[in-house]
Design a protein around this ligand. Structure first.
Ligand SMILES: [Zn+2]
Length: 172
């Protein structure tokens, strides 16, 4: 078995199980502020999405038929919130960017990460291109007005539970 070198360091926590094949295919995702957030052995775009909010579903515990996806999340826990869904409420334990506090994902069980069967990554929250806004960041935001003039772009995005996210993108 080939020796896993440098990149094994990012998934060396006790609950991650890096293998040679996983290390070779690890993908890195960043917050739109440029902070490193997620290392994962699969492409997020290849994973299933929730119908309720479009969040990417990451299986982080083994089930009878599927193995957990190897990942390392660099995010801070925030207070749990109750989100209204058709047919009831859903408790979300949220994770946000350690640098800019933008929400990046959630799970249905208290921290730490991977304490429940799934981790959810918010649609458009992360990008593989450090310093660039992901192209799906504003999907479904019909009223978005991208002003090209000026030194910065400021916009307000409402996600499914009406949380307002203020995003200011400084022009280089
Ligand atoms: Zn950030």
């Amino acid at each position: 078995m080939p020796k896993v070198v440098s990149r094994s360091a990012v998934s060396s926590s006790t609950d991650a199980r890096p293998t040679a094949s996983a290390a070779a295919a690890l993908r890195v995702y960043y917050c739109i502020c440029g902070e490193f957030i997620l290392v994962i052995e699969r492409s997020l775009s290849a994973l299933p999405k929730r119908q309720t909010d479009g969040a990417t579903i990451i299986r982080c515990q083994d089930s009878g038929t599927e193995n957990a996806i190897v990942l390392k999340l660099n995010a801070i826990s925030t207070d749990p919130v109750l989100v209204e869904r058709s047919g009831g409420h859903e408790r979300q334990y949220r994770f946000s960017c350690p640098r800019c506090n933008l929400l990046v994902g959630y799970q249905s069980t208290p921290p730490p990460v991977k304490s429940g069967p799934y981790l959810y990554i918010l649609s458009g929250a992360l990008t593989q291109m450090q310093g660039q806004v992901p192209k799906d960041a504003f999907d479904g935001e019909a009223a978005l007005n991208l002003a090209e003039a000026g030194d910065s772009i400021s916009m307000v995005v409402r996600d499914g539970d009406a949380t307002e996210l203020n995003i200011i993108s400084e022009r280089a």
